[in-house]
Write a protein that binds this ligand. Sequence first.
Ligand code: C2O
Ligand code: CU
Length: 457
Amino acid sequence: MSLSALAPSLVHAVGTPEPKVLEARPATAPLMGDAAPPAAVWAYDGKVPGPVIRVKQGEELHLRFDNKLEQPSTIHWHGIRIDNAMDGVAGLTQAAVPPGESFDYVFTPPDAGTYWYHPHNRTWEQMARGLYGLLIVEEAEPPAVDRDLALAFDDWRLGEDGQIDEASLGHMRDWSHAGRLGNWLTVNGVSQPEIPLRQGERLRLRLANCCNARVLSLRLDGHAAWLVALDGQPIAPYQPDDGVITLAPAQRADLIVDAALRPGARTAILEVSGQYALEAGYLAYQSETALREAPLPPPAALPDNPLPRVLDLNGALRQELLMEGGAMGRMAGARHKGRRMGMRELVDQGMVWAFNGIAGMTEEPLLRVERGRTAVIAMINDTAWPHALHLHGHHFRVVERNGEAQGDTPWRDTVLLERDDKASIAFLADNPGKWMLHCHMLEHQAAGMATWIEVVG
Ligand code: C2O
Ligand code: CU
């Protein structure tokens, strides 16, 4: 027997685990249910959302991305404090994966919590077509719940035929206003799903806003909900005022909910940001006996993740980030591709927003910070629109809002700034590499609201 004949079984004997394969490809999804034929989408493993990926905290993940799309793509693991080479940003941390090729992502998520994945190349188009999924990192000792449910919210822009409105992809009117807002809301790819409940059970609900640009305000009618984590990171549990949880695009919230109604009860998951509440889905009690009769005590806090205990704000490196542009803004021009352009020329280039007078990505980072130092970025939203600023590779705290110092605010990876808001974020620059900082209203990102920082040493 030749050595080469032996080799495969030897490799096998060592036990190198096969990577999980995640394939991006055209597919169909019944977004409108029975009301219309299934919509043509792009999807991971043919499903919208893509498969929920679950891993234990501290365990290595090996995922092979197979690109079966007609466009180059990548996968970004949103909110994971990941090795830079695995961050999936086309043009910054890797080359986009061409159609027909693949890329191996290997990383060990340091933090437990609710995260998600999506492309980072033409994200505004690829996500609008259905490419996203949740990534759940389980605590070594998860909280005691009867069920753990992940709910990915998305708004689609569909035509009357139930198909994605492709003609409006890339419309400057959306790009210069709120971004691409949909007219059809789904939860886990389904319109108004019914979630069966049993009286007395305790649920962990993981909510994720996977919309291109819509800010969602969610409320579970008839139920008290304990908020226990934001953007993956544990917080001291509390019940929000009015039960409303506002999630900007890309933000997540973990809730603990006790099913306290009677068998047969049916209540709505409401989206209340607009003038009228929308019923996004339903909690439907099944007619059976209660799982338990006595109410449960309030939930304990989730175990801490390995984030810094203190941030040295006095020794921090400070950087301002002036956000400008958009419809009804004051911006007269900005630098793009290395030179100053007026608004008309910028619009011809697909640019309408700027950070510090620069539209789009640059050769040099916004900020270069030595590893181990704290950095503060003071953001000023000088536009007529809300923005959801996302920093890669790190979680941060909002340390100042509209001139007021904040206490120990939650660790976040995305922060919402309303029009004319100011917010300063602070983070320990402990993850070396090149990290994007951009608006997660994806049309804003594509139209100029994108920059990067570098952690060196
Ligand atoms: Cu959720 Cu730069 O991405
Ligand atoms: Cu924005």
